[in-house]
Design a protein around this ligand. Structure first.
Ligand code: SF4
Length: 379
């Protein structure tokens, strides 16, 4: 198989487990970093399916990739460059947490080729950061952001979380203002999701989480955030993502457009054509890198079409009729006429030229609308 590909590398180590986090990440396991990275190198070295292809994006996520020695990150980049042709203008992103980097580490990341950083800020409200169990303060964010700029990183994302317990609209607005004052190229604002198995979820189950914003407050807050970002020149290009012109995250775009991607590391997922496979979530990965899978299957056309809809429509530019025809050999209206017509009639979706896309009203309730494309009658 040829063509371009995106690469994901999973680094599952964190300094401390945050109280809302259900990502595959572990704290207190720094003693296993060396063997984990050795397993990662083995998995990359043994890759046959996608070797030789051109990597247009690389994303090193986690976990907290910035809490491992930088030499591990450089080693991975070096191995990738032997296996793939890394495009000269590839977007190479790395997730970092405030307070976990110093100038030497940042220099090493730059030398390794990292040219985009996603900074897990979450809030600029110190009380909220404590409640989330984050290890950093708002001051750490400011210092880390300055360091990143000083070291020459020109493409930075700030991650924020809305709908936090105890936060009022003014608190969220203050966080967004603080983020804007740093002038990042990209801002993501995700709503807090209470995931089973997390400490915050336990608090909720035991009826101790009494200060979550209600649905109306959440909608009002989200609207305020959208307006602020728009006024500051950030375009919303996906449900939760905003950027300055030309600074959209190319790697995430590949996911939403169902491009091919290859994930390496514990729990990492891959999609090549219609084959989806994913590594185990367990640390057994270290013993058999890339050999213990939690999923490996060929998606049916129907499943792939559903994915095309519910991933593509997350983006504000929506989906293209020609794209659907090219991917599946069917016209989109042969398959999804009923759902599309209903969502247009209900005022959530627009159809213009070749594209279907949600308006702001549709994006606000996109979780419900996107689900309507799943489990339609078989064609
Ligand atoms: S730093 Fe990120 S991955 Fe690690 S525990 Fe916190 S939220 Fe989870």
């Amino acid at each position: 198989m040829d063509g371009s590909i995106s690469i994901y590398i999973h680094v599952p180590f964190c300094v401390r487990k945050c109280r809302y986090c259900d990502f595959p990440s572990f704290s207190g396991l720094s003693g296993r970093m060396e063997e984990y990275f050795s397993a990662l190198l083995t998995e990359i070295r043994e890759e046959k399916l996608t070797e030789g292809r051109t990597a247009e994006t690389v994303y090193i996520g986690g976990g907290t990739p910035s809490c491992v020695p930088p030499a591990f990150i450089s080693g991975i980049m070096e191995e990738l460059s032997k296996k793939y042709r890394i495009s000269p203008d590839a977007e190479i992103s790395m997730e970092m947490n405030p307070g976990t980097v110093n100038p030497e580490a940042l220099k090493a990341y730059r030398e390794a080729g990292i040219n985009r950083v996603s900074l897990g800020c979450q809030s600029f409200n110190d009380q909220s950061l404590k409640r989330l169990g984050r290890i950093h303060s708002s001051e750490d964010i400011l210092k880390t952001f300055d360091l990143l700029r000083e070291e020459g990183f020109e493409n930075l994302n700030i991650d924020l979380i809305s709908s936090l317990p105890g936060e009022k609209k003014k608190d969220l607005i203050r966080s967004v203002e603080a983020a804007l004052s740093l002038k990042p190229e990209h801002i993501s604002v995700y709503s807090l999701i209470l995931e089973p198995g997390t400490e915050l979820y336990r608090e909720y189950e035991e009826n101790r989480l009494k200060d979550l914003p209600d649905e109306d407050e959440t909608l009002e807050n989200d609207l305020a955030v959208r307006e602020m970002l728009k006024d500051a020149g950030y375009s919303r290009y996906e449900i939760s993502n905003y950027s300055l012109t030309g600074r959209e995250c190319a790697h995430n775009r590949v996911y939403w457009n169902r491009g091919d991607y290859r994930g390496f590391g514990l729990s990492a997922a891959s999609l090549t054509g219609n084959r989806r496979f994913a590594n185990t979530d367990d640390l057994v990965y270290i013993k058999s890198p890339g050999k213990t899978l939690k999923e490996d299957r060929i998606l049916s056309d129907r499943e792939a079409m559903e994915e095309f809809m519910f991933l593509g429509l997350r983006q504000c530019s929506g989906i293209s009729e020609a794209g659907f025809m090219k991917a599946f050999g069917y016209s989109i209206t042969e398959v999804f006429a009923k759902e599309l017509q209903k969502q247009i009639k209900d005022g959530f979706m627009e159809h213009s030229g070749d594209r279907y896309y949600y308006n702001d009203r549709g994006l606000d309730v996109s979780n419900i609308l996107l689900a309507e494309f799943i489990a339609y009658d078989k064609i």
